[in-house]
Design a binder for this molecule. Structure first.
Ligand code: GRF
Length: 260
C-alpha cells in the first residue's frame, strides 16, 4: 500500500525498505517499514509518518501492537506528565487514560491540560467495598482497551485479585533503591540511616508491596546536611527520566535492566 503521501515520507526519512503491517488493538491496520539499521517506521492508514523505534531483529510478517497506557495517580502527577510527554514525543505507546482516586488533585488538571481522558474513582464514595472501587476502574480500563498500567504516585494499595489480573502489565515507580526501603517515608529513613546513595526504582507490581521484578533503577547521591525535601526533589527529577525510559523498553519487549 504505497500511497502518494507515503512517497513523500520516504523522501523525508530516505528509506526504501520492506514494509510490513501493524495491527493496533482496535484492529486498525498500519504499514511499517524496516530500514537497514533496524529502525521501524510506522505509517498510519492515511500514509502519514507516525513514529519510529528500534527493534533488534525484526521478523518478516511480525505483528506489532501499539500499547495503550493508563496512568494511575493520587496527587501532583509529575511522573504522569513525564510519561505522557515522552509517549507524545517518542510515540512508543499511547497515553490513553489517567485514573485518579482523588478528584481534586493537581495531577487531574495536568492530565486534562494534556488532553488525556481522566477518570476519578474515589474509594470512599463507591458504595460497598474495595471490590466495587476496583470493578469501576476495571470497567474503564476495558472501555479504553488499556494494555499497560503505570502506577505513578497512586496511594491506594490494589487488591491481589486486581494485580493478578494485570500481572506482567502493571508497573510502579518507587522512590528508593529497592529492595531497600520498601513502603512509605523512604527519604526520611535513608537520612536516618546515613546512606550515601539513594534513588528510584521502576518495578512490576505484584501482590507483595514493592517486591515485583525490577525493571529500572537510577541512583542519586546524598550530600552532607541534606534535607528530606532536597533528596525528594533530586530523586523526583531522576524519576521523570527513569520511568519514561523504562516504560519505553518495556513496551518494546526489552528485558534488560535500565540503569541510570
Ligand atoms: C513519587 O515520588 C513516586 O516515586 C512515588 O510517589 C511520588 C509521586 O509523585 N510513588 P508525582 O505525583 O508523580 O509527582
Amino acid at each position: 500500500m504505497l500511497t502518494g503521501t507515503f512517497e513523500s515520507i520516504r523522501n523525508v526519512v530516505s528509506l526504501y525498505r520492506v514494509y510490513y503491517n501493524l495491527i493496533s488493538n482496535d484492529g486498525v491496520s498500519t504499514d511499517y517499514l524496516i530500514d537497514h539499521s533496524s529502525i521501524i517506521y510506522l505509517i498510519d492508514s492515511y500514509g502519514n509518518f507516525v513514529t519510529h523505534f528500534n527493534h533488534e531483529s525484526p521478523v518478516r510478517g511480525e505483528t506489532f501492537v501499539t500499547k495503550k497506557v493508563a496512568i494511575f495517580i493520587s496527587g501532583s502527577g509529575s511522573n504522569m506528565v513525564a510519561l505522557v510527554k515522552s509517549m507524545h514525543r517518542l510515540q512508543f505507546a499511547l497515553p490513553t487514560l489517567v485514573v485518579s482516586n482523588k478528584r481534586d488533585v493537581s495531577g487531574v488538571i495536568k492530565a486534562r491540560n494534556l488532553q488525556i481522558p481522566t477518570v476519578c474513582v474515589e474509594a470512599e464514595k463507591v458504595a460497598g467495598c474495595d471490590f466495587n472501587f476496583e470493578a469501576s476502574i476495571q470497567k474503564e480500563l476495558e472501555n479504553y482497551k488499556i494494555d499497560i498500567i503505570c502506577l505513578a504516585g497512586f496511594m491506594k494499595v490494589l487488591s491481589a485479585r486486581f494485580v493478578d489480573f494485570w500481572q506482567g502489565k502493571i508497573l510502579n515507580i518507587h522512590p528508593s533503591l529497592l529492595p531497600k526501603y520498601k513502603g512509605l517515608n523512604t527519604h526520611e529513613r535513608v537520612l536516618e540511616n546515613n546512606e550515601e546513595l539513594t534513588g528510584c526504582t521502576v518495578h512490576e507490581v505484584t501482590g507483595k508491596l514493592d517486591c515485583g521484578r525490577i525493571l529500572g533503577q537510577a541512583t542519586v547521591p546524598i550530600f552532607p546536611d541534606d534535607s528530606v525535601d532536597a533528596i525528594k526533589s533530586r530523586v523526583l527529577e531522576k524519576e521523570h527520566i527513569l520511568y519514561p525510559k523504562t516504560l519505553q523498553q518495556f513496551c518494546l519487549g526489552r528485558s534488560d535492566l535500565v540503569i541510570m
